[in-house]
Design a protein around this ligand. Structure first.
Ligand code: 5AD
Ligand code: SF4
Length: 461
């Protein structure tokens, strides 16, 4: 049996895709290995979202090739967004043997057998129908509690900075019945949380089932199954969705709502199709229906022609919303996008870097303030497992033990609003098994006693 090793980069969607790839390859007689040195086939499932994501992959390709010395027949392959963006240029580099885009994974067994006969192979055809809906993913080991379910592929939004519509093609939704079936399978296999994934989940539509309907169907699989989703587009997030979330306590109180910028001229130039006021109204609506809902975001600083005052609008919208967490980036021009074709990338790198640092330090304060508001409150947390050693480190230098300590173990898990909690679990009480009472997949009530910017420090309630 040939052994395959895959490294996954980029978003959660790529993790879900790697699980599909392993399933297709298992059916074709390939085994999975986590030891790169044992592999007959080494692949990277790649990301193109920013230039540094791609640069990192080029470094990995060199590393993969170094195993050739010991294994002459070794196949090196590139999957995912970078495969789709660079296409033949990857094969022409002479560094890889196989290139397969996000819609070409069913052809991997055929491509691999052709490669083994000495011919480099490429398939980067995009599809209008492929959703891999019938494929049962081989779950990568992420603790056995939380699983990703891909509900749609591609994107039709064409934000001017974004490469995704070009790398993942047109938007298409997967049959809701296969999604509900997959959620049932996950629950039966012991998973207690599923995250429904799509580039823009709010535009999910299969027959007459929209995203709110789908969410409800998945929530009804079991009250013990938590349901999360990502990512929402502010222009499409509907009142129906917000009301559906509010009706089901197992739909997690968390919305990732990428704002990108707080300035109307920049939002227009980004082709986001909402303005600052629209965004703030959506946030008010979410909070009026679900006051306890976590709201997180993505933002880009230094987009083409962004002035200092326009950047200040991003700072002020962060302050106004008071995000619980955020992913922040400086603009990276992606060849072929609307912005790359139409606007010069004219904010100097040192200005981008300084703006990014300023935004990150603001968000660090907001995250800490958000966590401090939780001190004294109680939450139901889904146990994920032992916290990483020093899991309490969050910028304050605290490095308490995460290991066994006289009958207690430090466990971690998330609140419904997606905040990470750690607590000392005691060996006493029902279900105690020597090293703490609770197991991954259990629900436990905790009280927040302290916090860092990244973690709520709790005790059993
Ligand atoms: N440059 C910088 N950040 C980007 N993102 C998307 N495209 C770019 C780009 N060209 C960010 C957005 C998006 C997140 C996944 O990545 O904030 O929400
Ligand atoms: Fe990266 Fe976007 Fe592709 Fe995900 S969809 S792998 S974030 S480029």
């Amino acid at each position: 049996m040939k052994k395959v090793y895959i490294e996954t980069y980029g978003c959660q969607m790529n993790v879900a895709d790697t699980e599909v790839v392993f399933s297709i390859l298992a059916d074709a007689g390939y085994a999975r290995t986590e030891e790169i040195a044992d592999a007959d086939v080494i692949m990277a499932n790649t990301c193109s979202i920013r230039d540094n994501a791609e640069q990192r992959i080029w470094g990995r390709i060199e590393h993969f090739r170094s195993f050739r010395k010991k294994r002459p027949g070794l196949v090196v392959g590139i999957l995912g967004c970078m495969a789709e963006r660079l296409k033949d240029a990857l094969l022409d580099s002479g560094k890889v043997d196989l290139v397969a885009g996000p819609d070409a994974y069913r052809s991997l067994p055929a491509l691999l057998s052709a490669v083994s006969e000495g011919h480099p192979q490429i398939n980067v055809e995009l599809s209008r129908e492929e959703t891999y809906g019938d494929i049962k993913p081989v779950r990568l080991d992420r603790g056995g509690v939380s699983a990703f379910i891909s509900i749609m592929r591609g994107c039709n939004n064409v934000c001017s900075y974004c490469v995704v519509p070009y790398t993942r093609g047109a938007e298409r939704s997967r049959d809701w019945k296969s999604i509900v079936r997959e959620a049932c399978d996950c629950f039966a296999a012991g998973y207690r949380e599923v995250t429904l994934l799509g580039q823009n989940v709010d535009s999910y539509l299969f027959e007459d089932v929209d995203f709110a309907d789908l969410l409800e169907k998945v929530a009804e699989v079991s009250p013990l199954l938590r349901v999360r989703f990502s990512t929402s587009h502010p222009k499409d997030i509907s009142d129906k969705l917000i009301d559906t979330m509010a009706r089901h306590s197992n739909i997690c109180r968390h919305i990732h709502l990428p704002v990108q910028s707080g300035n109307d001229r920049i939002l227009e130039k980004m082709r986001r199709r909402y303005n600052r006021e629209w965004y703030l109204e959506r946030v008010r609506r979410i909070r009026s229906v679900m006051p306890d809902c976590g709201i997180t975001t993505d933002a880009i600083v230094g987009f083409c022609s962004e002035t200092e005052d326009e950047f200040r609008d991003t700072l002020s919208i962060f302050e106004e919303v008071g995000y619980d967490a955020a992913f922040m980036f400086f603009y990276s021009e992606r060849p072929g996008t609307l912005a790359a074709r139409n606007y010069p990338d004219d904010v100097p790198q040192e200005v981008k870097t300084r703006r990014l640092e300023e935004l990150i330090s603001l968000q660090n304060r907001l995250s800490l303030e958000s966590n401090r508001r939780d001190i004294g409150r109680e939450y139901e947390v889904l146990v994920e497992g032992p916290s990483k050693k020093g899991g309490l480190r969050g910028g304050d230098g605290d490095q308490r033990e995460g290991d066994l300590r006289g009958g207690t173990v430090q466990l971690c898990g998330r609140t419904s609003s997606n905040k990470m909690c750690v607590w000392e679990d005691s060996a006493e009480g029902p279900g105690a098994q020597g090293s703490g009472a609770h197991r991954p997949g259990d629900y436990v009530r905790v009280r927040v006693t302290d916090c860092t910017q990244a973690t709520l420090i709790c005790e059993l309630a």
